[in-house]
Design a protein around this ligand. Structure first.
Ligand code: TZP
Ligand code: MG
Length: 216
């Protein structure tokens, strides 16, 4: 999966374990997989770790069934225990090069970047792909900072042509702009997880992203 990372980025779902009132996390993952997400990142910041491991295992098994990479946010130890396909780390988390020492050569390592300097660091740390944002305003991450728009994606793509997703405030209405700016995909939380119909939300995103990719 690491070698073919680009093909897994188009519809990148980031989700926690809390569900949304209508769907549990595992049900939501299943619906989203049915709708056509191409990668799933488990990003759970609050639940006790035993719960992350228990429920994470279920979601990992679902991802395996759909041949979709399962990536763990922040925690290399959890990624190893879950035999995840990789980790996604921020600028202040474990450095990519250290994550690589623990995970070995076959796992995917994604790194967040919100400036050219952060992108440079992420590339130097051996990132397989970058998560760039917040592109648009988002209520999902309280410390996300001001939206940066799609300009940085242009610049990063010009300088390194590294696989990359945009993140932050992306939905079916603006996903095409992120792809046009050089994104290989869109990373999404609320436009799937907050919906009553996560399957059709994922499917609409998939269609829009595929159409935008084919126009590049
Ligand atoms: N990192 C930057 S913005 C963000 C994260 C995790 C949240 C994106 O959530 P949404 O709901 O897709 O705007
Ligand atoms: Mg982090």
């Amino acid at each position: 999966m690491r070698q073919r990372i680009k093909q897994y980025l188009p519809v990148y779902l980031v989700m926690g374990l809390s569900g949304n009132g209508k769907w549990t996390a595992a049900e939501m993952a299943k619906e989203a997989l049915e709708g056509g997400i191409t990668l799933l990142q488990l990003r759970e910041k609050d639940a006790p770790l035993h719960q992350v491991l228990e429920q994470g295992r279920q979601i990992r098994d679902l991802c395996r069934k759909y041949h979709v990479p399962f990536i763990v946010n922040d925690r290399v130890d959890v990624a190893l225990l879950l035999d995840a396909d990789g980790v996604h780390v921020g600028q202040d988390d474990i450095p990519g090069s250290d994550a690589r020492k623990l995970l070995g050569p076959s796992k995917i390592i994604g790194i967040s970047a919100g400036t050219m300097e952060e992108a440079e660091y992420a590339v130097a740390q051996g990132a397989d792909y970058l998560g760039v944002g917040p592109i648009y305003a988002t209520a999902t991450k309280s410390d996300a900072g001001e939206p940066i728009g799609t300009n940085l994606m242009w610049q990063i793509q010009k300088r390194w042509s590294i696989p990359m997703v945009g993140i932050g405030g992306i939905g079916h209405d603006n996903a095409a702009q992120v792809i046009a700016a050089g994104g290989d995909g869109v990373a999404i939380v609320s436009a799937i997880t907050k919906q009553a119909a996560p399957r059709s939300a994922a499917s609409m995103l998939h269609q829009n992203v595929k159409a935008a990719l084919s126009k590049r």
